[in-house]
Design a protein around this ligand. Structure first.
Ligand code: FES
Ligand SMILES: [Fe+2]
Length: 340
């Protein structure tokens, strides 16, 4: 079961044009297109007559025409034409999903239409901040349940083993973790003191010598994952609200959308407090992120199969405290939705 009353990323804005695109979200098939005024339409990808996917039809201006018997629907989902009869049956409509565009993505509200509220889309603190750079971001599909991805994004210690040549550095393997709970999410974090910079960040950081490093792994309902890394000269770390002016800050936004129980769509971008107009740095960071996500993908797809076909019990460790707490919170939210 999935949490429905929330916004999920369905696509990158740049990928939705005045043509029919399909996506599956939460096991629901959707058809998406852009109207002539630029707004994005998201409909159930099924004609109410014989459930032919509407994506098998065509766009006529802002209307979508079914490819079987030519029924036509507006972006609102209302039927405007049944070619073989004058009367349009009152129940001839397609489910329309509220859609919004923010942070370069198309967001879709998968639940009760009356509760859709754009202000509930996550804020990105430094998206437009002066002096902050931004990566192009991207999307990848991972063949695993989405909660293996949110687990991973509440698990700073995997870095020491999965990202050995990039994000790992002394202290990522054994520094204790702190877990904080909120009404809608969990943060797992730690400061690692006076260690060498990890190879990936060393060329980007603007100070020499060893660093204090913050790993801040945050997941908010339904599956918004914010990963903040701070690298600051050794001795200046420990207080995230009063950072040294030399501190390098990287904020990685990761939006995980369940496709079904075995597949997830992973959308992301990063922003960072240096090199605002340096396209080469932005590209290098994006390539680094893709490389790291491919390392995660290999592990998570194998974990998905390992857990799905396990024949003996698995166990939990202390490092799972954050992800277990998050899963409990999510289960509670899903249960509350069933009662409402
Ligand atoms: S299946 Fe769409 S009009 Fe018949
Ligand atoms: Fe990772």
């Amino acid at each position: 079961m999935f949490l429905k009353n929330c916004w999920y990323v369905a696509a990158r804005s740049q990928d939705i044009k005045q043509t029919l695109s399909t996506r599956m979200l939460l096991k629901e098939r959707l058809v998406l297109y852009r109207q002539q005024d630029g707004t994005v339409v998201v409909l159930e990808d099924a004609c109410p007559h014989r459930k032919l996917p509407l994506s098998k039809g065509r766009l006529l201006g802002d209307n979508i025409e079914c490819g079987y018997h030519g029924m036509q629907f507006e972006g609102s989902g209302n039927c405007v034409l049944v070619p073989t009869q004058d009367r349009i049956p009152p129940n001839a409509r397609v489910r329309a999903y509220p859609a919004a565009e923010k942070w370069g993505f198309v967001w879709v509200w998968m639940g009760n239409i009356d509760q859709a509220d754009e202000s509930k889309i996550v804020e990105v603190a430094n998206y437009d901040s002066q002096g902050w750079g931004l990566t192009a971001g991207g999307m990848l599909e991972i063949d695993c349940h989405y909660l293996w991805v949110t687990d991973n994004l509440l698990d700073p210690s995997h870095v020491a083993w999965v990202h050995r040549t990039s994000f790992a550095a002394p202290g990522t393997d054994d520094t204790p973790l702190e877990v904080q709970s909120f009404d809608d999410g969990v943060v797992v974090s730690r400061w690692i003191s006076d260690q060498a910079l990890p190879p990936y960040y060393a060329p980007l950081v603007k100070f020499d010598g060893t660093c204090d490093r913050l790993q801040h792994y945050e997941v908010r309902l339904p599956s918004v994952c914010i990963n903040r890394g701070v690298y600051t000269p050794a001795g200046t770390g420990g207080d995230v609200d009063n950072l040294d002016e030399r501190a390098y800050v990287m904020e990685s936004y990761n939006f995980i959308t369940p496709i079904d129980e075995d597949h997830s769509a992973y959308y992301w971008f990063q922003n960072y407090n240096t090199d605002a107009d340096n396209a080469e740095v932005s590209e290098r960071l994006n390539e680094g992120a893709i490389m790291a996500f491919e390392e995660d993908r290999e592990i998570l797809e194998a974990v998905h199969l390992g857990m799905k076909f396990k024949t003996t019990r698995n166990l939990n460790l202390g490092l799972d405290a954050g992800s277990l707490r998050y899963r409990k919170l999510l289960d509670k939210a899903i249960a509350a939705e069933q009662i409402a």
